[in-house]
Design a protein around this ligand. Sequence first.
Ligand code: HEM
Length: 671
Amino acid sequence: MTAPTDVAPPETARRSATALWTFAALALAVSGVVIAFIVGAGTPRTSPSGFPEASLLVQWALPSARAIIDLLAATTVGLLLAAAALLPSSKDLLAPAPARAARLASWLAWVWALLALVVVVLSYAETFATTVTDSLGLPKLLSFVSQSNQGSAWLVAASLAAFAGVVAREADRPLGAWVALLLALGATLPPAVTGHAASAGNHDLATSSLVVHIMGVSLWVGGLLALVWYARTDGRFLPLAVRRFSPLAFWAFVGVGVSGAVNALIRLGDIDVLFTTQYGAVVLIKVMAFVALGLLGWAHRRHALPQLDAGAPHAFARLAAVEAAIMVFTIGVGVGLAATAPPASDATEAPPPAEVLLGFPLPDAPSVLAILTGWRLDLLVLAVLLAAGALYGRGLLRMHRRGDRWPVGRTIAWYAGLAFVAFGTLSGLAAYGRTSFSLHMTQHMTLSMIAPLLLVLAAPITLALRALPAAGSKQPAGAREWLLAALHSPFGRVLTHPVTAFVLFITAPYVIYFSGIFELAMRDHWAHQLMYVHFVLVGFLFYESLIGLDPVPYRASHPMRMVAIFASLAFHAFFAVALMSGDAVIAATFYETLDRDWWPDLLEDQTSGASFAWAFGELPGILVLVVLLFQWSREDDRRARREDRQADRDNNAELAAYNQMLQDRRDTPPA
Ligand code: HEM
């Protein structure tokens, strides 16, 4: 594909227009904060009575800075999305316009990182009710970022944003832009998962829905802002870029609406409060903005996009500008809402320590019924599972439409695998997994042994590569080329290498349970979610390296794979024995704080968890052994058939050559 050439408008005019647009966007975002405070409670959150209050400057500067950060974050994410996926490039080289988008994103990411450090200072001043100047002491700030969730969250966000900026700056192919995009998306999360969503009731559901909300807003608002920027600075491939963005915009719209509603309901406690409280009034502003954005989206599809395809971009540019203005304003309102005290719950007593820790009341003694019926719908996990199910289904549909066959066993394996992930993360097992070690171990085995085994047998990468259209030499790279580039990238090669998979799989339990990681994961919802990801991913990589059907860069020989299975069974058994023979309770303080009135003997619960892990862990290992032996014999059959066909074709040349070699040896007198 030849790189598209572009025509740049007069530099000075473009610079002053960009400056004007930037100022307008910043003013809109901050005015959203102001409106939220006026409607919400007059001024930013007031400290409980008797507690010193931060200065008015700090009270206004902090949410204003946060609104500007959310806007910078969305724009950076949008420009990187444009560079990686929306604007056309070949798979080996970013075209000029996407390269410009990545470069602009790198600058915005660094401003974002700097502003995040400013928010560390402002958060310190707000937390300790002191002035900005008094907060500027390095030792103070260092202890603040090392000891407070809020402080460390902003430092992590600043580091990830700065790193995204570096990667974006160096990106010369779509894969680089993809990596920078993932880093930038990651940088939007720490403040969300450690904000007051993480301390309120139902904080597990609140945090997860806020993560979906922030991701949806960043991709949706950012993508649109990037298209507005592209339409103003180039626009040659605008129809293609908009067509690529449209499905994402639709699902982000759905995600933002559902997650916003879930989040609002958790804070309001009751829908009636929406119309009777100031917090509710601010939420209503957002609902109105959301509906307006939905209508604009509809108008895009009905009028602007057909005109754009017909070569008239003006309707799109006008609608998009109005849409972007509403979005930027609503970001400000969202930040104002986040800094507004939710309506006080009518609970007279403070929740017990277990409920504060878990985010939900400590459940009664476990039973099969309670495990099967006690579902807690974590929006983030649900969104990932629905996306995984829908994408696999879409691949099947494409294969079917093309008349290509796909083994039904693989389809069953995929959806059964997703069902086991849902059971392990959303059912009563998830709630009890937070309260009992042995039930946590059941969760661990389900997520790292059973679910990944099924997901691997479903050969998802093979389906993706067969279902996705391959870009011709004259066409821009698409999802298939990006997947192949990721799989064969240095990181992809290392991650899918059998040795990496083996080492991660056998060391993980030791590292998680015999270090402080497990207690951290039990205390913090975001760390718990990361533990789920780790279980499924490491299990998938290990089973993929043993019995996977997908075209990964390296595949060990069958004998080596056999050795890996037996070794993993041994390491797993040793782990269980080490756990069983231990006399210290892992995460003791956490379990003691729960103070559950059932299964009081924590060590006994831990020992039964270990024995369960042992028994449960060996089963998939044996199953994998059977599958591997079956694959090995089939591979041998295939090779034998291939060799037979070759022998038929070349009249058994290989055997003849071998016999000739033996004959030559016999005929050569010993030296
Ligand atoms: C149905 C419509 C929506 C509802 C019910 C809703 C509700 C919420 C709630 C409850 C929060 C959490 C506030 C807190 O932490 O207390 C939030 C945060 C947020 N919302 Fe929405 N939202 C909606 C639509 C939108 C839209 C359309 C946007 C932007 C285009 C948006 C941008 C944000 C942002 C940026 C935050 C995070 C603020 C921060 O913590 O930095 N929301 N939203």
